[in-house]
Write a protein that binds this ligand. Sequence first.
Ligand code: XMP
Length: 292
Amino acid sequence: MGLSGGVDSSVAATLIHQAIGSQLTCVFVDNGLLRKNEFEEVLDSYKDMGLNVIGVDAKDRFYAALKDISDPEAKRKAIGNAFIEVFDDEANKIEGVKFLGQGTIYPDVIESVSVKGPSATIKSHHNVGGLPDFMKLEVVEPLNTLFKDEVREVGRALGIAETIIGRHPFPGPGLAIRILGDITAEKVKTLQEVDRIFIDGLKSHGLYDQVWQAGAILLPIQSVGVMGDERTYEKVVALRAVGSVDGMTADWIHLPYEFLGKISNEIINRVKGVNRVVYDISSKPPATIEWE
Ligand code: XMP
C-alpha cells in the first residue's frame, strides 16, 4: 500500500490493515516534494498506528524524472511514473505480493477521467489511470467512491487520531505542482520555508481548522524590490487558503489582513530570494485549488 501521510491513504491503510493485518506492508516515499520535515514527522505518526511502514528515500529519482519539465500535465505524468517505479522496486522485494492498495478518492477519479475525451481532462491525478502491464499487481482502492468529508467520517469511525484526520489535503505530486515552471532542489527548499511559515502561522493564530486547505506557490517571475538602499530583483510567492466541503468547489478564505501582513513580513525577512508575497483571491470554479 502506498502511504502519503495524508487523510486518504491513512484511512485506506487502516481499513486494509483491519482486513488483512500483518500481511499489509506500507510504503511511504520521500519524493523530495513533501513539506519541510514531513517525511520524518509522518513516519513517526505511523509508528503509533501499528502499521508496518517502509520509508524510501527516492528524492534523486524524482528530481531526475522532473529535470527540465515545466508543463503541468507532463510533471504529473513524470511523478506518477516515478511512483510506479518505486513501488515496483519495493513490491519485488516482498514475496508473493498480488495487490497494490491506494488512497484514491472519488474526486480524483472524476477530475482525471473525462467523458469528453482526454483533452477535457481537468488534471490527471498522479495515482489514477491504472498500472502499466509490467506490474502484475491488482489495484485495491477502498475509498474510490467517497468524497473527502466522507473519508474523514470513516477515519473517525476507525478511531484514527484527529491530528491525521484534521490535516489539510496535500496533493500527491506535492510541491511540484506549486512550483510553476521547472523543478530544482533549490526551488523546493525555498517553497518549503515559505510554506512552513504560512502553515505554522495559521496554526499559532487558531486559523488552521477554519481553512480546508492552504499552501504557498512559487511563481516563475521576479519582481523589483528594495532592501536597505539596495535594489533587489527576486522571487514572488502566492499564498492560497480555501474553504470547501469536498474540493470540487472552493471559496477563497478572507484571512485577516493583520495576519496576512505579519506572514508576508516574516516570509520576506526570513526566506532568502523572496521579495514579494501576494494572496490568491480566486474561487473554484473557475480557478482550481492548485495552480497546476
Ligand atoms: P484542484 O487543483 O483540482 O484540486 O482544484 C482539488 C483537490 O485535489 C488535490 N489534488 C491532487 N491530489 N493527486 C492528489 O492526490 C493529484 O494529482 C492532485 N491534484 C490536485 C488538491 O490539492 C485539492 O485538494
